[in-house]
Design a protein around this ligand. Sequence first.
Ligand code: CUA
Length: 302
Amino acid sequence: MQASEHDQIARWERRWLAASAAMSLVFVLLIAYNLAVEGTHIAQRTVKASPEEILAQPVFAEPGVRQLSPGAVQVTTVAQAFAFVPSDVRVPVGADVTFIVTARDVIHGYQIERTNVNVEVIPGEVSTFGYVFDEPGVYRITCNEYCGIGHHDMLGTVTVVPASQWGRDVGPEASAGESARAYATHCASCHQGDGAGIRGAFPPVAGHAADLTIDLGREYLPLVLLYGLQGAIEIDGATYDGVMPAWSHLADESLALLANYVTFDLAGDRDVADVAPYVAADFAALRGLDLNGSDVYGRRNP
Ligand code: CUA
C-alpha cells in the first residue's frame, strides 16, 4: 500500500471517530434539553416488593380515580395481561393528576398519546408520575412493551373533562351502565365488546357464560372469576388454551356485576329466565379457598 493511500485511510478513520463523538454529544444535549425544557423526567420508584405485597396495599385495593383535594386527583392502575385496570379513567382538565401504576404479571408499558407520559410498568415496582391535562379530550393509553398474545389489545383511555362535568359519574355504582362499563374495562380486551371472543385465542362469553351457569351450577363462574382458569377448553369446535387471570382483587359487588353482565346481558338466545342473578354474597362465600386456575379447570372437567 502506498503511503498516500495509508494517509487517506487514516484521515477517514479520524473523520468517522469525530462524527461518532459528535453524535454522542448531540444525544447527550438532546437528553439534557428534554430534561430541562420539555419536562421529561424519570419516573420515581416508590416501592419495591413482591407483586402480591404491592397489590395488597390499600392504594391498589380498588384501583381507579380519587380526588385528593380540589384540583388534585390520583389515578391508580394495575397493568396486567392484557388490560389496564381500570382501562378508562376520567379526570378534570387542569388538575394535578398523580398516576400510581404497577404490574400484576409481566412488564407492560403505560404511554398516553399526545403527552410526555411514557412509563415502563414492572411487576414488583410502583411507577409514580404526574401530569396536568390542559386540553379536554380523549387520550389513548397504550401498552408499548410486548406482553403476550393480547398485547395489541391492551388499550385504555384518559378522558379529560371540564371540571364542572367531573365528579358525577365517578365511583363504582355511579350509573345504570355500570355493568357494561365494568365488562368493557375488565373483560372486553380479550373476550371482545360483544362477548364473541376471538376464535382459537379468547373464548366467547356471550351465551357461553349462561351455558356454564345452567350446566355447571352457579358456583362455577364465581370460581373462574376469583381463581382464574388454566387448561385447554373446547367451545363450538375451537380449542382455547390460554390463561384466564384471577380477578379476586375486584370487590365482590364488581364481580357480581360482571357475572350478571356475561350471563344475562350477553345471554343471546339462551333461556336464563330461571337463573337467579349473582349477588356479592355468591363471591364472598367462595373466597379464601386456596384454589388456582388448574383446580377450577378440574371442576369444569371432573
Ligand atoms: Cu401489556 Cu403489552
